[in-house]
Design a protein around this ligand. Structure first.
Ligand SMILES: Cc1ncc(C[n+]2csc(CCOP(=O)(O)OP(=O)(O)O)c2C)c(N)n1
Length: 630
């Protein structure tokens, strides 16, 4: 049996003495560990498998952690974690108390920056470069960014800056032609043109055509010469786009050939100014199922190592909220050709894959470009279409100004479908959908609603599509409750909540899936002789003023429950309304997330830890009835 090399690697220094044969054995062992672990924990498999040699080469050539390496998004950094002192802890990946699925500065000095949202690495690197200059330091700075992430506005802003400032930094473009789904956009087409040499072929054909065309004079002659110059430049310089932006372009090179990677990195390490090293990799490399289905294995739940299959749920299981959203939207769009769907690189994740197949001319994947996606929707809305922008709650944070300035200020009718709102579980602090109620509620004129179950989501989507102005529907990750979904689609009354159970000692005002936790809590409280009113608030904006005032006058103890931060959320809205109404003789306890970021754990653990489950509601109810909220 071959001796394990990985067992002896606890720091990048341990790999720097290895020869190429040993390094490539190490790459295999790392792949095996990643695949085995993710098959149990779930996680970002395909991207991490594609970046194993990159991680080894970068830590081999650069003097980390003094030299600074930033992983964009950070979902591809498992090999980096394993060789930077976290091999033994790797089995705790994404679990409560375990290591994070993304780089975290507090986890290791090798994790240079906290990442999770894409396309930040070039800006971070350029900030680090300016700091290095001011501090008169000499270390190297490397950013590793995927081709999907390169298409985002922020990456362009970072390039625009670093190409201008000319500080030394190396940007490694990890090009696998995939975002989560196949990559989209003109930059993506440009990059594959470089890789296939198609661009050079096209340019050659263009040149031939130009040179064979009728001789020209005057103005046209000047234009003609410019065209020839441009064509020649493009032919001899792959990556001319980056060169024109002030980078030295190197590549493309094979990102799985350690010898090529190491040699090239050693060379470019000493180049002055900003470098763009174009590296070509394969998503899912080394695990055949992930190579065949990189999209499914981008972020995967636990699966069988032998078959690549995810444990099947019984056919009677409820659908996910995402599925219900996708199916309902498709149905509504088939009846109304004004409806268009927009995703920012998450067609599968947002449940729009069937829409994309069925109504391709009304489906737009804008790439990782949430800001563009929202303003693009505003343009469509301006012309009478009904754009439904499906973006996870956490990623819509990127487009806050576009929501305010381009949509809400103009009162344009854009529907925001915020998937993964609330606790999202194992992806951790960067991905929680816990801010949207607060950030949206501050914007004038927007309607905000949250369904208690998957059936209510259907009706809310229809309500949103046929209500005026900007409207947001936020719903959680995961499965519905299995409620009846054969009810005819209807429009709900805007700003109206419903009483689900009546009582006189206490009222629980809940929003979204916590409505069911509130009902269960009320059941238990009844056994203790406590009579509870339970309200499904449905809307955060506008609130049901009449119902809330009437409730506050009837019962003098209120508990609000939401999966959002307390600052500025649903409970805050209730407090503000009661203050406006001059209702002060009342005890209120707000349940939600305090002034903290929520770390990775299962959603159930997160709910329990933040008191937003049945037990949390019961204990809040007991507290408030006996003495107050604390
Ligand atoms: C702002 C933002 N939007 C969406 C995502 C979700 N997301 C995570 S990875 C990814 C694809 C990234 O593609 P690429 O950079 O090419 O890396 P690859 O996975 O192909 O290695 C997306 C869309 C994100 N992390 N951040």
């Amino acid at each position: 049996m071959t001796k394990s090399i990985l067992e002896n690697i606890s720091d990048p220094k341990d790999i720097r003495g290895l020869d190429l044969g040993a390094l490539s054995q190490l790459a295999n062992e790392i792949r095996e560990l990643i695949t085995k672990t993710v098959s149990k924990t779930g996680g970002h498999l395909a991207s991490s498998l594609g970046a194993v040699e990159l991680a080894l080469a970068v830590h081999y050539v650069f003097n980390t952690p003094e030299d600074l390496v930033i992983w964009d998004v950070g979902h591809q950094a498992y090999a980096h974690k394993i060789i930077t002192g976290r091999r033994e802890k790797f089995s705790s990946l994404r679990q409560k108390g375990g290591i994070s699925g993304f780089p975290r500065m507090e986890e290791s000095p090798y994790d240079v920056f906290n990442t999770g949202h894409s396309s930040t690495s070039i800006s971070v690197a350029s900030g680090l470069a300016e700091a290095r200059k001011l501090k008169k330091e000499k270390h190297k700075i490397v950013a590793i960014i995927g081709d999907g992430s390169m298409g985002a506005g922020m990456a362009f802003e970072g390039m625009n800056w670093s190409g201008y400032r000319k500080e030394d930094l190396i940007i490694i473009l990890n090009d696998n032609e995939m975002s989560i789904s196949p990559n989209v956009g003109a930059l993506s087409a440009y990059l594959s043109g470089i890789m296939t040499g198609e661009k050079a072929r096209k340019v050659r054909a263009e040149l031939k055509h130009l040179l064979l065309s009728t001789p020209v004079v005057g103005e046209s002659m000047v234009k003609f010469i410019r065209q020839i110059e441009e064509a020649l430049k493009n032919m001899f310089l792959p990556g001319a786009l980056f060169e024109d932006l002030g980078f030295t372009y190197v590549g493309p090179i094979d990102g799985h050939r350690l010898d090529h990677l190491i040699r090239t990195l050693e060379n470019v390490k000493e180049f002055p100014g900003p470098i763009l090293l174009h590296v070509v990799t394969k998503k899912g490399k080394g695990y055949p199922y992930a190579e065949q289905e990189p999209e499914r294995f981008h972020g995967t739940p636990p699966f069988s190592l032998e078959t690549g299959k995810i444990a099947e749920r019984p056919p009677s299981s409820p659908p996910t909220y995402t599925q219900v959203f996708g199916e309902t939207l498709l149905r509504l769009a088939q009846e109304d050709n004004r409806i268009v769907a927009i995703t920012a690189a998450m067609s599968l994740g947002t449940g729009l894959d069937a829409f994309a197949r069925t109504l391709p001319e009304r489906f737009f994947d804008v790439g990782i470009a949430e800001q563009h996606g929202v303003t693009f929707a505003a343009g469509l809305a301006r012309e009478g279409f009904i754009p439904v922008v499906a973006i996870y709650s956490t990623f819509l944070q990127r487009a806050y100004d576009q929501i305010i300035h381009d949509v809400c200020l103009a009162k344009l009718h854009v529907v925001f479908a915020l998937d993964r709102a609330g606790f999202v579980g194992e992806d951790g602090a960067t991905h929680q959908g816990l801010f949207d109620l607060s950030y949206l509620r501050a914007v004038p004129g927007i309607i905000i609603m949250a369904p208690a179950d998957e059936d209510e989501l259907r009706h809310m989507l229809k309500t949103a599509i046929y209500s005026p102005g900007p409207v947001a529907v936020r719903y959680p990750r995961g499965y519905g409750r299995g409620v009846d979904m054969n009810t005819p689609l209807r429009q709900l009354d805007i700003g109206k909540g419903t009483i689900l159970r009546d009582g006189d000692d206490l009222a629980i005002l809940a929003l979204g899936p916590p409505v069911y936790e509130a009902l269960m809590a009320a059941e238990k409280l009844a056994e203790e002789g406590i009579s509870t009113r339970v309200i499904n608030a449905r809307f955060v904006k506008p609130l049901d003023r009449k119902l809330l005032v009437e409730t506050a006058e009837k019962v003098k103890c209120l508990v609000t429950v939401e999966e959002n931060v307390l600052n500025g959320g649903f409970g805050s809205a209730v407090l503000e309304l009661l203050a406006e109404e001059g209702i002060t003789d009342i005890r209120i306890c707000r349940l939600g997330v305090g002034d903290v970021f929520v770390e990775h754990a299962t959603p159930e653990e997160q709910r329990r830890d933040h008191g937003v489950d049945t037990m949390g509601i019961i204990s809040a109810a007991r507290r408030i009835l006996s003495h107050g909220c604390r």
